[in-house]
Ligand binder design. Structure first.
Ligand code: AP5
Ligand code: MG
Length: 226
């Protein structure tokens, strides 16, 4: 198992998981694994798996557990993850997925589960105004668009609205969060791994809070007898 960090990021849709996971991965020098990004890439590549996943995503439904677990298991077995660690973004999202992850990683396989906590009214505003670069995944908001209309500041890719950022799909996704994903907070708390960070406010401030909380948790785990 790696010596780098092994973290997962939890939070409602629009809480800033992707925004912060990209920064965390760059900071720690570990791969960023977003199940949503993997599915969107497979859909863009028009693989049969991607086209099936797209149907679930468009409706705001969860992709079936066995499919998601298979994809993550394959990714976690790759050398970069084994050597360096990972930031998991958007996985797990159900108890079945969380238990499968524990099986895959074994005991002490995770440093922390970071919950980015943001009120529902704030996430609805963020998602309804979200714009995303089709190639590198950088996110923008209509109130803070790229410098050149619809072109990414970072790589010049097309900046578009996500297909599942429609009012109906957003409502369904948030309902499913309450039903399936919120119980994971208790699950990780029970394992002594939960870190809750206030996700409201400037993204740089949120990032600072995450780093402080993760470092504190890692230090206390290092000094605790196992
Ligand atoms: P996924 O791509 O993971 O989407 P999601 O969970 O709906 O979460 P989002 O990506 O919408 O939100 P985010 O928290 O990443 O926020 P972001 O950083 O973009 O999954 C999509 C679909 O794939 C699922 O619905 C499901 O179908 C399927 N799927 C994926 N994983 C699965 C799994 N494990 N099991 C089953 N199915 C699965 O930020 C949002 C906006 O806010 C952006 O515009 C951003 O710029 C802005 N923003 C971020 N932080 C701040 C801040 N601090 N202040 C102001 N604005 C901010
Ligand atoms: Mg995301």
């Amino acid at each position: 198992m790696s010596s780098g960090v092994r973290l997962l990021v939890l939070g409602k849709q629009g809480a800033g998981k992707g925004t912060q996971a990209v920064r965390m991965a760059a900071h720690y020098g570990v791969p960023h694994i977003s199940t949503g990004d993997i599915f969107r890439q497979a859909a863009a590549d028009r693989t049969s798996f991607g086209l099936k996943a797209k149907e679930y995503m468009k409706r705001g439904e969860l992709v079936p557990d066995d499919v998601v677990i298979g994809v993550v298991a394959e990714r976690l077995a790759k050398e970069d993850v084994v050597d360096d660690g990972f930031i998991l973004d958007g996985f797990p999202r159900t108890k079945v997925q969380a238990e499968a992850l524990q099986q895959l990683l074994g005991p002490n396989g995770l440093d922390a589960a970071v919950d980015i906590d943001v009120p529902t009214e704030v996430v609805i505003d963020r998602i309804s105004g979200r714009l995303v670069c089709r190639t590198c995944g950088t996110t923008y908001h209509v109130s803070k668009p790229p410098k050149v209309d619809r072109l990414c500041d970072k790589d010049g890719g097309d900046v578009v609205q996500r297909e599942d950022d429609t009012p109906d799909a957003v409502k369904r996704r948030l309902d499913l969060y309450e039903q399936d994903t919120r119980p994971l907070l208790e699950y990780y708390d029970g394992l002594g791994l939960l870190i809750t960070v206030d996700g409201d406010g400037d993204p740089d401030d949120v990032f600072g809070r995450i780093l402080d909380a993760v470092e504190e948790a890692r230090q206390s785990r290092l000094s605790a007898p196992r």
